[in-house]
Structure formats: C-alpha cells, structure tokens
Design a protein around this ligand. Structure first.
Ligand code: AMP
Length: 190
C-alpha cells in the first residue's frame, strides 16, 4: 500500500496536485473538504451542522472528520493506497489516522507539504471565489481559515517531521514543475 498526505494551507494547491497524483499512481483520493461539501449539498444533518463552521472558516470537530475517514477506509478495502487531502488538520486527527491505518497493518509513507507565501494564498483564494463561487472563499473567511491553519494545523507538520516523513515542496511555481517534484518523491516509496 502507498499512503500519502498532501498538506499545506488553504489555497496551496492540495486539490490540484491530488488530481495529478491519483491519475499517476491510481490512489483513492480522500478529501475531507470534498466529503463535507457533499454532505452540505445533500443537506444531511451532519452537513447542516458542518456548514455553519465551514462558512465561518473554522474546523469541524475531530470526531466528525475521523468518523468520515474511518468509513471511507472501510469502503475501499481493495485500494492500492490513499491520498489524504485536507486531513489530518490537527494532531488528534494525525494520531487517529495512524491508529486507523495500523489496524490494517498500513502506515503513512510520505507527508508532502506545499509551501506558499500568505499573500499568494489570499490572492489565489479570492480568485477561486470568483470562478467557483465557493461560499468560504471571501476575504474574512479566508483569513479565519489561514488563522485556524496556523494555530491548529501547522503542528501536524511537526508530528510527521518527528516521524521522519516530512517533505517540503516549494508550491509557488508552475503546476507541472511542482508535480514533477512530487512525482519524484512519491516514486521513492513504490
Ligand atoms: P478544504 O476544502 O480542505 O479547504 O475544507 C473546507 C472546510 O471544511 C474547512 O475550512 C473546514 O471547515 C472543513 N474541514 C475540511 N477538512 C477538515 C478537517 N480535516 N478537520 C476539520 N475541518 C475540516
């Protein structure tokens, strides 16, 4: 199995690079943001609850996203591997993920961290807000999301650094150049 985490602040290109990675390596893409937006669109009780937090740029509770990931892992017993996108976002989520994977005698192979300056993040997200109309891509919510990232999510990078899994990727370049470097890193774990 090949299990990757694509990490970085909102707007760093995790979704874009995940698409490239799943095509090249035939992994199952698990994006907690996409799953949550699906719940919101279907107006499930979970979606209605999560929407308030998402619209405010705050994280949804750990138990909620950990439960979603547990279900997706169970739904895909034949997967060659997974790419975790937007998860884990807290150290509690990282610990829970390790536990879930170890139950299946699997682990995280590599933690790819996309590094992009803050002013570029804001520029990209405002642009995406205009094009895709995502409710949380407005200036106030973006700032809250970046703050949540700094306070709660950044420590996740230390967690994987301590485990020797951290790889930093300069994310303020052309999409293809970034992907070429990611591909090289992933190939080391095949
Ligand atoms: P994303 O599409 O990854 O930027 O996620 C959009 C929003 O969904 C975030 O701002 C959070 O409100 C919520 N969300 C997504 N993934 C997580 C997670 N792993 N933990 C907590 N909240 C999350």
């Amino acid at each position: 199995m090949l299990n990757l985490i694509i990490f970085g602040p909102p707007g760093s290109g995790k979704g874009t690079q995940s698409k490239n990675i799943i095509e090249a390596f035939e992994l199952v893409h698990l994006s907690t943001g996409d799953i949550l937006r699906g719940e919101v669109a279907n107006q499930t009780p979970l979606g209605l609850e999560a929407k308030k937090l998402m619209d405010a740029g705050q994280l949804v509770p750990d138990e909620v996203v950990i439960g979603m990931i547990r279900n997706k892992l169970n739904d895909n017993p034949e997967a060659k591997g997974f790419i975790f996108d937007g998860f884990p976002r807290t150290t509690a989520q990282a610990e829970a993920l390790d536990k879930l994977l170890s139950e299946n005698e699997a682990n995280i192979d590599v933690f790819l961290s996309l590094e992009v300056p803050e002013d570029e993040l804001m520029r990209r997200l405002l642009e995406r807000g205009k094009i895709e109309g995502r409710a949380d891509d407005n200036e106030e919510t973006i700032q809250n999301r970046i703050n949540e990232y700094k306070n709660k999510t950044k420590p996740v990078a230390d967690y994987y650094t301590d485990k020797g899994k951290f790889v930093g990727i300069h994310g303020d370049r052309k999409i293809d150049e970034i992907f070429a470097e990611i591909k090289e890193e992933v190939e080391k774990h095949l």
